[in-house]
Design a protein around this ligand. Sequence first.
Ligand code: NA7
Length: 544
Amino acid sequence: MKNGNAGQRVDLVVVGAGFGGLYAVYKFREMGLRIAAFEAGGDVGGVWYWNRYPGARVDLPSIDYSYSFSPEVEQEWTWSEEFASQPELLAYFNFVADRLDLRKHYQFNTRVTRAVWDEVRKLWKVTTDRGETIEATYCVMATGPLSIPRDPEIPGIDSYKGQLLRAGKWPHHPVDFTGKRVGVIGTGSTGIQIVQEVGRQADELFVFQRTPSFTMPMRNQKLDPDYVADVKRNYAGIREAARNSPNGGVRPWTTRAFFSVTPSRRRELLEDAWKSGGLTMLGTFTDLLSNEEANEHVAEFVRGKIDGVVTDSVTAEKLKPRGYPIFARRPCLDTGYYETFNQPNVRLIDCVTDPIVEITEHGVRTQSGETELDMLIFATGYDGLTGALTAFDVVGRNGCTVNEKWKEGARSYLGLMMEGFPNLFMTTGPNGPAALANIVRISENDVDWIANAITHMADHGLDTIEPTRKAEDDWMALVLKLAQRSLLSKAKTWYVGTNVKDKAQGLTLFTGGFPRYREYCAAAIQNGYRDFVFERGRKPVAAA
Ligand code: NA7
């Protein structure tokens, strides 16, 4: 599709060309629906289209972080590394788009600026930054949990005269750091990946750290062709196992509680997990996110590893995360991050004891003085989970916007729909398991669920679908109850919204595990859609 959408009427609008969007376009096209799809980026890939910073890499095994819906794609695509790099991930997206001929449905470089529910005509009017308006019966917001990068709230950003780079909007050309004085603000997953890479190239690297993250060795490796062949023969079983695991992936998990084994056995298990790499440690005990004492033991184990690597004891101490549970912030995976701080060209600036005051013409001024920089990189995170749908006006019944609805915190039913927003669906939406389970498995689950709902409506001649207030209230109560049992709320992170000024705070994630989430989604269909209100014409219709 080029630019010929103005005034067009379609069955369904899809926003986004990441994992959720591409599968949605495929699925709904196969159902025979007329689709218009929009993507702000210049091509497919979602977050992997934008995040081209050096060292960008997924923290789930590539085998898991890929579609299961297409046997052709599974068999024809070959992953080269256990944890794929951004270029390989982008190549995968392009392969899928070409192989399934999805690109033609998209209008790229086009941002949706407004979506308004027309109560009389029972359709969504979707407006883009190109000034066109499309009408659609259904709207699928596949806008992703991490699509609105945010600058740090530091005065003076505009005055900086050096080269300013943002991890989430990285240039499309190679950036050369040789001979440069480089600063990185932010030490989450993104900052860590950048630091370990840029530290090897830059003349001097200054790492501005406010909250240290726990990071564990990724131990990435090239995939053995025999292993890949074996995976390809067994994809069906691998996918089934992933769907039935709490994290939606093949990562090992257990039914063993931390204090159920002796201290020496615990140590052994943690050492094994450390050696095995990736997020293995997260699956070593069941209660790491519910038992504070168990959690602190594991945190101390990881802090000990920092001492084992970082030679300067003051720097080692500063790098040790304290004051929040391990895994309550997204655990990071690294390849030599701590080793980077043993290099003479790398300096850690602790922004707790020496806070950033402003960004100046020449660099960054902390309380103790100015650090002059040729290049400054922001790795300062995202308005996560909700940011994409609050960044523009999504207007439901009675003129109510998503922003208004979510003023006190994001609400939804199953992370899929909202009361007051008929025929509007989300994939990996807030109050679903996004961020806590494999986003590809969640996206597939969500698109399949939406497809079921649309088929049900077509079969019964229904015009609108919307969850009841009670269903949404009950779901939110469950999400809250589970969240209260989890240590995830005990850290300041994008999971709980504390990283964005004035954002409502609270854990807007379903923490009950992926299989249980799938069960709830399936039950909402199998019980005859009793948690939804349907309309035919202007009349409410009881669930069939
Ligand atoms: P994160 O994990 O939200 O990290 C953002 C980092 O930026 C974090 O260390 C913040 O410190 C830091 N930050 C933000 N503002 C400032 C200011 N003003 N001064 C100093 N430091 C600041 O985002 P990522 O992009 O790394 O990772 C996002 C997800 O991508 C990750 O969870 C994985 O799922 C992949 P703070 O914690 O606020 O003290």
